[in-house]
Design a binder for this molecule. Sequence first.
Ligand SMILES: [Zn+2]
Length: 207
Amino acid sequence: MAAEKPAKGEPALMKDLFFDPPEATGGKWKCKLCEGALTWRGSNSGYSAFVQHMKGSYSSTWRRDLDELKSNNARNGNLDGYVRRTVSDKAINLFNWIDWVVFEDLPFSAVENPRMRKYSSLQPITTDTLMKYMELLNQRVLGKLKDYVPDSNVYLKFDSWSCDDEHYTAVNLSWSAGKGKREKCTLCCGVFDLPEDMEMVENVEDD
Ligand SMILES: [Zn+2]
């Protein structure tokens, strides 16, 4: 399938709908979706900077979003404040890999497995990239938790169990939400086994 191009008149529309003008940002034109900044030399220079950004970062969604915004415009003539928050193709790809690896309990190296890459519709990434974005996601989630969870009267609860030879531990955060109501969320959950070739700490010799 050939990459889709905007129709006549649409590039200018893309500029207006997907970008905030310098007057609003105090500097450059900024993408409303990722806040990426770009320079525009006026309508004489065309709109390719805007089109390129949309086609580059949102290749699978810009057409749908533009159509939606256009039909919304036709319905009520008011577009201000209406831009659906969406994410870049790169973010979707990373999210899908993380989702797959985490919920299917796959090793992190699975993303470099030649058959996984061959049969998957996702763009290839490396194990290092996967781990990087899992860690960044973890930081974001913990950051959100800080906003959400109160500063005091918070409890950590550990729940451990075994299944066959594997030992699992879940760490839960729990706090009072008033009137006998308790909230909780799971911070982590997984197998906590020592790798077989790992020595017991008491057997590790000092230098
Ligand atoms: Zn953007």
